[in-house]
Design a protein around this ligand. Structure first.
Ligand SMILES: [Zn+2]
Ligand SMILES: [Zn+2]
Length: 1018
């Protein structure tokens, strides 16, 4: 089939055919091709395929431009690993030009594998014309966007405390902290540190020890101040021979019961007290006048620690703000690589977090440690390299997204989210807490931040290569580092040379800008962008709420004051069959190719599309995919095979479905088909592939288990109406199925309509046609009666081939009318001579009530025999009514009333003698079991037909072969044959049927009686 599509170029044709159609816009969220595609990528690609295929059949023009995310840390990390680098210094030494060249080469390392998988799963997307975020045109569009944002006053360089990865040497944005796995539970050390007061101050005496608490001991080397709440009550307390100061509310928690409170006072009285810092590396004066003193702050609580907070200006957001307010300098003794600088003698050059234990040991040896204990908390890590992040005050470039927060919320409220709760939940909450976008990265392989700066600090943002050329005379061939860094021009304000700032930008900005950057808009193709903005549909994993879903919305709201997508489908996690996360170390990863090779693309697609709503996540296994094949594809192949067999046998060529079929079953399946076309279209419009797919599955079940089975005889007879209807249903089903299982659907189409469109994917979506809901309701009543009747047969252990006299059906007058219209069908299915009706189940049997020992036993214990007797004595009719209404039933034991519920009582219907009964809800069917001679002989005749059919099969005859038949054996069997001779001959296609001794042939046994069959082709 793939070859056929390639040969006919079906995808391109399907687009061409809709060239004048109204566009329906899909945006591809770009994957990175430097990693291998996995099963979750298949999931995304299946959902990205089904809705565009459907809309194309609906006449819309659905262009599907592929895309690749090329920049960023993952690429750099892979090259660093390849080259054995451990730090940014290694890269600088190696040379940025050569390093970025390696990055560029590795970006498409696995692109062939991606292309192969994409084709194999039938995901139609234009990969030949895919956008690539590394292309100069793409980068130039980003420059345009950044200049635009700057011109709105929303780009700024700020000093803030930011999460920073010392290994990668770069800042992370808040949405990167939201990536899965960023927060991990770790055990750090929490230290209680003594800081002796140097000069008496208010209630404090010299030598009193302020006790501070910290979970980041490595920040103690740059302690600048102690923060307290001026309104909180603090105490001086005797503790282990010294006087310590803590918040009153935390005395017990911090010091235990041995502490003895001496005096208490409000925090305001100790503001300004000077103390000795934990380490002497940085002098108080270096911080400013308020260095190493107690400061009043608003963020101190009495929940944790001591109520006195160690403050290191450079390493916390609260600390940084407090420092700004108190005029303290943010001294940061930690280098960009995460090690202490030379000011911290003794620890210089070591990774700061590795020093926690030694720093604490040093404090202890100097008598400055009150206590240290393990502290478990959730701590952010670099989502790329797993290094624990440090919070640093450092300059960084920001986009003031918080200023457009309300606009983003408004735009978000218009987006059609699937599932809906993401809009106000996960995504809405995220937007409400929006902080400015930390845009810059101190890295190499990315879109260079187009900001140039002179020695006096004037800046100029460049918005296109032409603008840069005008200013500098240099036309960039490659806008990446290091080439772009070499371009300089004179400052317009002071004429000093301007140099580019060293940063590149967050890759999430790259992908968020794809709506215009993919077309090099607006520098080129502005109209193309206009026509394809915003997207009607995007689809990615749920975790993209803080990734692509966010960056798309933020970028388009910043630039165009509008959301860039109207509908979004979120996909959940894929777990293994036991609900465990798949990981290489557990060895439970199911590779897509193993499933594709064994079960095929359609089976995998069908599983993803219909087994669950996609955001609920999957328990993925080979067995689960098998199950979904068993439900749809197998019955469908069987029906197709059946049609082909009988159409060929009867020499019936392709015909259209009859316009007004006379047969009830034909009318019924056509009505079911019409209803299914309606439902599937409706659900696909609403991005609900799951319900749509299940409707197709139910249709195929009805087709296979009811229509085809009930119509066998007509197919056998080469009934053109029946074959025509079946062909029509199969062809229409193929169209419904085309977006889901594109291979199977096309196979059915090509098989049944060889002279029509060369592919189902060039066909229009079918029209529903007329429905007959009365007939559908009647058929469903008939089928329920059949199901119950067959269950009753099973209970009575009477074979279906044995005819029975009658079935009695409980039915309302409406149901009765419907059933009577389809009485032949029900009689034949149940193999009964007669249908009788009653409107009351009581006519069919008697209710019986028995105690449920399992639930009543534990309640009544030794009184159980009494309780059982009381239950047996209850009026079954009364019990039945009470339980139906949800009321308890009471029994009296030794003068005490005990309520009994539905769990305690087993209510069964005991049928009238001679009947077998089966009921379900208000419906019930009873079979009359008595057999007379006539019924017995007819049953035997049916057994004989069954045996002869077996013999035909064993002889390798085709279904349409006519035979001459000779039957012999037990006298009673021959008696049955004589009585039903014509009928038997018709059933087994015998032109001649003779009785008498059989010499050759097969010796069989029917109901324990000898039976012989000899047959030859007539
Ligand atoms: Zn990192
Ligand atoms: Zn200047």
């Amino acid at each position: 089939m793939l070859e056929r599509w390639r040969e006919l170029d079906v995808f391109a044709k399907s687009l061409e055919q809709r060239a004048d159609g109204q566009p329906w816009v899909f945006y591809e969220g770009p994957p990175t091709a430097n990693g291998m595609p996995g099963t979750h990528h298949v999931l995304a690609r299946v959902f990205k395929d089904v809705f565009p295929r459907y809309q194309t059949m609906r006449g819309r023009k659905v262009e599907r431009k592929g895309g690749w995310d090329c920049h960023g840390l993952p690429v750099e990390l892979a090259i660093e690993a390849e080259l054995g680098f451990t730090s940014k210094d290694d890269i600088e030494e190696f040379g940025i030009a050569e390093f970025n060249k390696r990055c560029r080469e590795s970006v498409f390392k696995h692109v062939e594998e991606w292309n192969r998988l994409t084709e194999r799963i039938g995901f139609w997307i234009d990969l030949d014309d895919a956008y690539r975020t590394l292309d100069s045109s793409y980068v130039e569009s980003l420059w345009w966007a950044i200049k635009e944002i700057d011109s709105k006053g929303l780009l700024y360089e700020g000093h803030k405390v930011v999460p920073y990865c010392p290994r990668c040497g770069t800042t992370l944005s808040s949405h990167e902290l939201g990536q899965p796995g960023a927060y991990r539970d770790v055990i750090d050390t929490a230290a209680f540190v003594r800081l002796p007061v140097t000069v008496p101050h208010g209630p404090l005496e010299a030598g009193d020890e302020l006790v501070v608490w910290t979970t980041t001991p490595w920040t103690l080397v740059s302690n600048a101040a102690v923060a307290i709440d001026p309104n909180l009550t603090y105490v001086r307390a005797s503790y282990e021979g010294s006087v310590v100061v803590v918040a009153e509310a935390l005395v017990d928690k911090a010091l235990g019961e041995s502490a003895e409170v001496r005096s208490s006072f409000p925090g305001s009285e100790i503001v300004g007290a000077a103390y000795q810092p934990p380490f002497d590396y940085i002098a108080a004066a270096d911080y400013g006048a308020a260095g190493h003193t107690v400061l009043a702050a608003s963020f101190v609580t009495a929940e944790d620690g001591t109520g006195l907070v160690h403050t290191a200006i450079a390493f916390g957001e609260d600390d940084f703000r407090l420092g700004e307010a108190a005029g303290l300098k943010a001294i940061n003794p930690v280098k960009p690589d995460g090690t202490y600088d030379e000011r911290i003698t003794g620890y210089a050059g070591r990774q700061v977090k590795d020093c926690d234990a030694d720093l604490i040991a040093e404090l202890e040896s100097r008598g400055r440690l009150l206590r240290a204990e393990p502290y478990e908390h959730s701590y952010p890590h670099c989502w790329r390299c797993s290094t624990p992040l440090l919070y640093y005050a450092k300059p960084s470039w920001y986009i003031a997204t918080s200023k457009i927060r309300d606009r983003m919320l408004e735009e978000n409220s218009k987006i059609d989210w699937h599932p809906e709760h993401v809009r106000d939940g996960r995504f809405g909450k995220w937007l409400e807490n929006n902080v400015d976008w930390a845009l810059s990265r101190e890295r190499y392989w990315g879109t260079p931040l187009p900001v140039w700066r002179c020695g006096s600090g004037h800046t100029h943002v460049i918005g296109s290569f032409a603008e840069l050329e005008d200013l500098s005379g240099v036309l960039l061939e490659d806008p990446h580092r290091p080439y772009v860094d070499e371009v300089s021009f004179a400052c317009a304000q002071c004429s000093q040379p301007m140099q580019r700032v060293p940063e590149v930008i967050d890759v999430w900005f790259d992908s968020g800008a794809m709506p215009f950057a993919q077309h090099h808009a607006p520098l080129e193709n502005a109209d193309l962008f206009e026509q394809r903005f915003p997207a009607d549909f995007i689809c990615e994993a749920l975790d993209q709420t803080r990734g692509w879903f966010y960056s798309l919305l933020a970028v388009s709201t910043l630039l165009f004051d509008e959301a860039s997508y109207k509908s979004v489908v979120c996909l959940g996690l894929i777990l293994d069959g036991d609900g465990q996360k798949m990981s290489k170390s557990k060895g439970n990863v199911v590779e897509p190719w193993s499933i594709l090779d064994a079960q095929g693309a359609d089976a995998l697609r069908w599983y993803f599309l219909t087994s669950k709503q996609p955001w609920d996540g999957y328990r993925f296994s080979t067995e689960a995919v098998d199950e979904s094949t068993r439900r749809l594809l197998l019955p469908l192949w069987n029906v197709l095979g059946f049609f082909t067999l009988y159409a060929n046998a009867s020499g019936v060529g392709p015909t259209a479905g009859p316009v007004q079929p006379a047969n009830d079953l034909d009318r019924w399946i056509l009505s079911r088909l019409a209803g299914t076309v309606e439902t599937v279209g409706e659900r696909l419009e609403a991005f609900d592939a799951t319900t749509a797919g299940r409707a197709i599955q139910e249709l195929v079940e009805d087709l296979s288990n009811w229509y085809v089975r009930r119509s066998r005889r007509r197919f056998w007879d080469g009934d053109e109406a029946a074959l025509g209807v079946l062909r029509h249903v199969l062809l229409t089903t193929a169209r419904l199925l085309a977006p889901f299982c594109p291979f199977a659907a096309d196979h059915i189409h090509v098989t049944l309509d060889p002279d029509g469109e060369p592919s189902v994917h060039l066909c229009d979506w079918p029209h529903p046609g007329e429905r007959d809901q009365r007939l559908e309701a009647a058929m469903s009543a008939a089928r329920e009666a059949v199901t119950l009747g067959l269950a009753a047969r099973g209970q009575a252990k009477i074979k279906v081939r044995q005819p029975l006299r009658a079935a009695v059906i409980v039915a309302t007058s409406d149901e009765r009318e419907a059933l009577e219209a389809l009485a032949d069908v029900v009689r034949e299915e149940l193999n009964v001579k007669e249908l009788r009706f009653t409107d009351a189940a009581d006519d069919l049997g008697r209710l019986e009530v028995k105690p449920n020992y399992r639930t009543m036993g534990p309640k009544f214990g030794k009184d159980m025999p009494l309780a059982a007797a009381a239950v047996e004595a209850l009026d079954p009719g009364h019990v039945g009514d009470a339980l139906r209404e949800g009321n308890p039933v009471h029994i009296n034991i030794g003068g005490t009333e005990h309520p009994l519920g539905a769990d305690d009582l087993l209510v069964a219907m005991k049928p009238l003698d001679g009947y077998q009964l089966e009921h379900q809800g208000s419906h019930a069917v009873a079979l009359e079991l008595a057999l007379d001679e006539e019924l017995l002989l007819e049953g035997l005749a049916r057994e004989i037909v069954h045996a002869v059919q077996g013999a035909r099969k064993d002889a390798g005859l085709e279904v349409e072969d006519r035979i001459n038949l000779q039957l012999g054996g037990h006298e009673r069997l021959l008696q049955a044959v004589l009585l039903h001779k014509d009928w038997i001959a018709r059933e087994v296609l015998a032109l001649r049927l003779d009785l008498g001794p059989v010499d050759g042939g097969s010796q069989l046994s029917v109901d324990g009686m000898a039976f012989s069959v000899e047959l030859e082709i007539a």
